[in-house]
Every structure is written in C-alpha cells, then in structure tokens.
Design a protein around this ligand. Sequence first.
Ligand SMILES: C[S@@+](CC[C@H](N)C(=O)[O-])C[C@H]1O[C@@H](n2cnc3c(N)ncnc32)[C@H](O)[C@@H]1O
Length: 366
Amino acid sequence: MILGDGQYGGERFGRLCLHCRQVDWPGLTASLISEDPPSFSALVTGENPNLALCHDRRLQWLPTITNAFRAVHRDEIPGLPAAVDVYGDYFDAIWFDETADPEKAAHRLDPVLAQISRRHGCRGGIVRTHRRNPHQRGLVTELRAVGQAPPDFFTVQEHGLLYEISLTQTQHTGLFLDQRDTRRRVFLAARGARLGNLFAYTCSFSVAAVAGGAEVAFSVDVAKPGLNTGKRNFELNGLAAGGRGKFVQEDARRWLQRQLRRQEEKPEIWQPLDLMVCDPPVFASSKKGGKFVVEKEWPRLAETTRRLLGPDGQALFANNHRGGDHGTYRKALRKHFASVTDLRPPLDFPVAEGRPHHVRLFWCKV
Ligand SMILES: C[S@@+](CC[C@H](N)C(=O)[O-])C[C@H]1O[C@@H](n2cnc3c(N)ncnc32)[C@H](O)[C@@H]1O
C-alpha cells in the first residue's frame, strides 16, 4: 500500500508511507500479517488521513501519561491554519488566520473537531479566533463553544499531577502543554533542591519540583491571578502543607536584584539556589515594572540567574520568541554556563520544516 503517491490516486500526504501487509516465506506454512497503521486505515474509513497521521506521530503514548496534549499542531495539517489541544473531556481549538470569518473557520474545523472528539472522547470545547480591530491595538479574541461547553474551571492530570484549567475565564488555559517534558525534567532534578521559578504564571514548574522532592520552590510573577491558581494547584496535589511553596508577587528582575543584595550583604546566612526556571514572556508591560522585552532582558537574566546558583546548579531557560535569533539566545547563556543543551519540544509539537521554532528550550549547567 502506498500513500501520498499521485500515481496511486492518493491525496497529498505528510510523508511517503510504504507498508507491507503480508509476507509469504518459502518453507513457512503461515503468512506473516501486519495490520495497517491507523493513518493507512484512515483512507479506507474516510477519516482525514493527515489527522490520522497526527495521531500516529503521537505514538498513542501521550494519553498514557496525560489527558492534556496537542492533538494537532500549527502547520501539521497542510492548509489548516489551526492547532487543537485536548484538555481532558474538552478541546481548545485556535484558528491562526486573523483575516478569516469566524463562521467559516468554525465550519472548516468542524470535521476535524468531530474526529478528534470521537478519538479522544471529547464532549465539546472552544474555538478561538483572533481578529484585528481597527479601533484597538492588538488582537481581539472571540470564543465560541462547540458541542458541550466546558465548565469554567476543571482539572487535568499530567504525570500523575493535577492542574487547574480554564478554557473560558482566562487569557491562557493555565497549563502550557509545550513545557510538559521540561516540567518532567524539573521534577526529576528536584530532589532536595531549592528552586527559583521566575515568570511562574500558575506555578506548574513549582508543583512538579515540590512533588519531585524540592526543599522549597519560590514562584515569582507580577500577576496575582496566576499565583492564586498556583496555590490551588499546590492544594490539588496535597503539596500545600509544610510551606515548601513560596508565592512572590513581584517583578522577577527586582526579585533577582533583591537576592543578589542579600547574597552580598549576608553571605553567612545566604543559601544558593540549586535549580532555576526562567521562562519570560516575549513582551509585557506592567504598571510597576514598566516594559519587558525578552531580547533586551535575556543577557541580564542569564547573568543574575547564574550568580544565584550553587556549584551544581542547573537552570531551564525558555522563550517563545518566534522571530528571535536562536544563536544569540544560546550565546548569551554560554557566556555564563559551562554547558547549554538545546531541548526539543514534546512530540505533540513537531517542528515544521522551514518554520521557526515554536518554543526555545535550553538546559544549562553551572
Ligand atoms: C510565558 S508565561 C510563563 C509560563 C510559565 N513558566 C509556565 O510554564 O506556566 C509569562 C509570565 O510572566 C509574567 N510576567 C510578565 N512580566 C513579568 C515580570 N517583569 N516579572 C515577573 N513576571 C512577569 C506574566 O504574568 C506571565 O505569568
């Protein structure tokens, strides 16, 4: 069977597929039979083969560790400017073409969402479209419910840990799915560690670290709502008792400077950090802290973070700056860390050929 080959009538497909279904070997009475992979049988069942291929790529493995994952990544289905995430019983679809009419977008997504719902047991979900409004700066996001509307708040699980999600009440959902593998890394590196989690949002890295045995996790963020969700995430996982989670509402740059001053002024009681997470926004502006532009701040974040780490210190640096230069970000880290390793995003965020990295991830050692 051959897919993606015009000569055999196949439509455009994400890769060339050859599958040998049956082998008859001289001397063997029984044939060797191998079932078609799901993306092949999709051709027979009428399912969208590109969507079935998305499923194949995830190796049917993700649902064994989490019920929150990306079912379709941006650019993964040729010609479909959308991504679809599954959060437990609900999907969250994002339509990236700002010029498209939301009705038409929803119409094009309908069959994809129906298939995803069937495969993953979703009851319904949300479609997000973005529109440029001439009277306002930036984009306006429109949400529309499809099928059963999700509750305002619910939980998902990842590697046995629970996280609060909202698909309707907050700008982001509460859990960045592209950081799943790095959360796991932090969990595995956390035994006995003192963690500094900068730009902590809903504190998912801190939850993973404390669950992994961290002595203490400082979650630092300017925004209170995220930290409040973080506190609930600690409670959901039975990690609130014992005070190992510290929640600090402050500009991360100020917090770093405060730690450096303490280190200098009180070296006898100063304790270094063992693990740092630094996952800043590309751009932000706050009343107290003013503007934050990742390109500009990155070199100083690299330097101050390094200075707060002990001799065996490790740090995860991440950013989503699609337009930024990967080499420049890496070089700034290499100036202060003995080793810097590029990490790949999880397998449900495949890197499309010729497209910028969706997220940059660096694991650094002192
Ligand atoms: C990309 S999100 C971080 C995601 C988080 N690391 C996670 O995996 O869930 C960026 C966060 O940075 C926070 N933020 C923006 N400017 C900040 C600043 N100057 N200091 C501290 N936090 C800031 C935002 O409130 C937001 O929660």
